[in-house]
Design a protein around this ligand. Structure first.
Ligand SMILES: [Zn+2]
Length: 172
């Protein structure tokens, strides 16, 4: 197995909650079976092959990129749910996008924001932490989004760049 196939991929459930990490080989198998969809891919092309497409409800030929984040298409109960709260995992979950202005940044320009601020009893949990850019985080300060007059966005499948890049070529 090549080193590429051993890279770790974040697996989300159908509602975008993280379940666990798996190796790229397993992630690619899940994509090809149509049980999962790639939500975030690297620029590393793995091969060109058939992959399940929801829109055409059939397998299509597409360039397959090494996935970084995949999401299960159906809800599946997995008892050992892992929600490893690290900066990196929160940034990955939020696709490196600020939860307030919605812009994408490189991780070094991102911060972690407590949606309900620590000063108001907010905890450092998966649900209460969101990716924020420096200026948004500074402006929000020790306020809830409502108190600061800000709208908390959550990453949506439809506005994700994967949709444009992944099926851009070889669509029959
Ligand atoms: Zn921002």
């Amino acid at each position: 197995m090549s080193d590429l196939m051993k890279k770790s991929v974040l697996l989300l459930d159908s509602a975008f909650s993280p379940l666990t990490f798996c190796i790229a080989r397993r992630a690619l198998k899940m994509l090809m079976k149509g049980v999962a969809r790639a939500e975030e891919v690297s620029s590393q092309k793995v091969y060109t092959g058939k992959i399940w497409d929801d829109k055409t409800v059939d397998f299509i030929l597409a360039d397959i990129y090494l996935p970084k984040v995949i999401r299960l298409m159906k809800y599946r109960y997995i008892p050992t749910r892992l929600q490893v709260v690290t900066r990196k995992n929160i940034f990955t979950r939020d696709f490196n996008k600020c939860g307030y202005c919605g812009k994408r940044f490189s991780p070094k320009n991102l911060t972690l924001d407590h949606v309900i601020p620590k000063a108001q009893g907010g905890k450092s949990t998966w649900v209460n932490l969101v990716t924020a850019c420096g200026p948004c985080n500074k402006f929000k300060a020790d306020r809830t989004p409502e108190q600061a007059g800000m709208v908390l966005r959550r990453a949506k499948r439809d506005d994700h760049p994967y949709q444009q890049t992944h099926f851009a070529k070889h669509v029959n």
